[in-house]
Ligand binder design. Sequence first.
Ligand SMILES: Nc1ncnc2c1ncn2[C@@H]1O[C@H](COP(=O)(O)OP(=O)(O)OP(=O)(O)O)[C@@H](O)[C@H]1O
Ligand SMILES: [Mg+2]
Length: 274
Amino acid sequence: MSEYFVIGLDIGSATAKAVLLDNEGKRLAFAVRPTGGRLVQSAEDVKREVLLQTGVSDDCVKAIITTGYGRDIIQNKTKSITEITCHAKGAYVMMPEIRFVIDIGGQDSKAILLESDGQVGRFEMNDKCAAGTGRFLEVMARTLGIHLDEMGDMAVRSEKSSKISSTCTVFAESEVISLLAQGEEIPSVVSGLCRAIAERVQALVSRVGVVPPVMMTGGVAKNKGVVNWLSKTLRQELIVPEEPQIIGALGASIIGLELIKRSKGSLDKIIQNI
Ligand SMILES: Nc1ncnc2c1ncn2[C@@H]1O[C@H](COP(=O)(O)OP(=O)(O)OP(=O)(O)O)[C@@H](O)[C@H]1O
Ligand SMILES: [Mg+2]
């Protein structure tokens, strides 16, 4: 029977994620829900969901570590930690040999170089522009009238890849509409969009300088089209964990556990240690 539990909460611009660990670091449950602009509510929902899945009560949760865009507005947290640190920690825990993390979420893309001991070395983030992020794909899926989760397979199966020259989401959207009007097939356009993201992210990655092995995290890692194009553009194999979207929340939960272990179980001591 576990003595206590910790929760990592990653409140992103697109989705809220929770991971519940036991005191031995075993991942017992995770949950992902769209934030839909309701950061606090979605954080509460994913937290409840992991507790319900496992039957763990609130009192047995010894630390809640928050990360992501909404990390500071969550009440009752033990500590908030940046996404860079949490994604690096999550990736390192999954695979200690990982030296580079590419996280593509709904609003940000991040390129993070890890030292061999898992500490964050250099990193770069995109400039709050939707190009090169999941938001770009969301806008385009809507324009094309297709689902986000079918884009990856569609791109991978397409023999053709349309040239999308605009990097700006708004201009790229008009470009997509005119490509369709010229008779371009949807799969070819989708492949072109995945390639456009890959090229944008490659520029970010090259500012840091890629070192293999490379792990891709964030929801966009579920899109095989982007993964394939990025792998080709970088000339690197990309390791995609089974649940790439929860790596930040996993990292946050591990940091919570480390804080507790370091302070031998007292929450007051944890807070003093931070
Ligand atoms: N099943 C899926 N198939 C393809 N793409 C997906 C799928 N689920 C999510 N995505 C992509 O993942 C994106 C959201 O990723 P994620 O949940 O990592 O974002 P976030 O952490 O909320 O955002 P950020 O870190 O930028 O604040 C969506 O915009 C979408 O493009
Ligand atoms: Mg994120």
